[in-house]
Design a binder for this molecule. Structure first.
Ligand code: NAD
Length: 257
């Protein structure tokens, strides 16, 4: 229960990695604020389930991470924010010359600009509390590139840069900021890429998983949401107090290639 008494806000956490991170933070004693752009009974039920399983306070706050004012309202409505995990993200796969402009704008807003807005709102709260952790969920695609993912790769490289700047601006304070760079994790976001990638490469599902997705992941295994959650818990621990402005890859060796 190393995070007892801390409040964690995790953007985009009603599914996938964000939900896995929220669960691991709650298991370590942190109160958690879950988020997405929807406001369904099932969203609030996920928070209630985490509270019941772990004994922490868990709430769900609707806020659309494509909108600057919603990003900032999320932090205000959370009431406290010792740990901020910028995780909300979407993907679209297409060649640059056919990439829909509205998809480019949405990916840049949700995957990158939201982290700027939430961080800007959270830093004064962390300074007041005298402690803070910002963890940005970037990607192996924040360090390397692949074809057909221009907006996502631009946004994730941007998040890595934002993380370094946040770290430098807080370097003399008990606040850290780092980027976690997952390789492939089998979440709804990755599931949704499979049909487009099948079309793009003219391959069946199993071949896309083996030859395209896990081709660059030397371990030949997907990373898990629990492993990503454990990495975030480590970054929030005292052991990581001097770990700031860096990237931690959880990618089965992808970026070692
Ligand atoms: P996911 O689709 O399961 O989760 C994305 C989350 O973001 C969901 O909770 C969704 O509701 C939320 N979201 C989407 N649009 C939003 C908006 N406008 N406002 C608020 N929330 C919004 O996908 P995931 O794989 O769990 O991805 C989570 C993060 O991890 C993303 O930033 C993604 O880029 C990153 N990532 C994923 C992988 C992977 O292989 N799955 C690899 C590297 C990085």
């Amino acid at each position: 229960m190393i995070l007892k008494g801390k409040t964690a806000v995790i953007t985009g956490s009603n599914s996938g990695i964000g939900l896995g991170v929220a669960r691991e933070l709650a298991k370590s004693g942190a109160d958690v604020v879950l988020n997405s752009f929807t406001d369904r009974d099932e969203d609030h039920a996920i928070a209630a389930e985490i509270a019941q399983e772990t004994g922490v306070t868990a709430r769900y706050i609707q806020a659309d991470m494509s909108k600057a004012e919603d990003c900032r309202r999320l932090i205000a409505d959370a009431g406290a924010c010792d740990i901020l995990v910028n995780n909300a993200g979407i993907q679209h796969v297409a060649p640059i010359d056919q990439f829909p402009v509205e998809k480019w704008d949405a990916i840049i807003a949700i995957n990158m600009s939201s982290a700027f807005h939430t961080t800007a709102a959270a830093l004064p709260v962390m300074r007041k509390a005298g402690w803070g952790r910002v963890v940005n969920i970037a990607s192996a695609h924040g360090l390397t590139a692949s074809p057909y993912k221009s907006a996502y790769i631009a946004a994730k490289h941007g998040v890595v840069g934002l993380s370094k700047t946040t770290a430098l601006e807080t370097a003399e304070e008990p606040i850290t900021c780092n980027a976690v760079c997952p390789g492939y994790v089998l979440t709804p976001l990755v599931e949704a890429q499979i049909p487009d990638t099948m079309k793009e490469y003219g391959m069946d599902r199993e071949t896309v998983i083996r030859e395209v997705m896990l081709k660059r992941q030397p371990s030949k295994e997907f990373a898990t949401v629990e492993q990503l959650g454990g990495t975030v818990v480590y970054l929030c621990s005292d052991a990581a107090a001097q770990v700031t402005g860096t990237t931690i890859s959880v990618d089965g060796g992808w970026t070692a290639l």
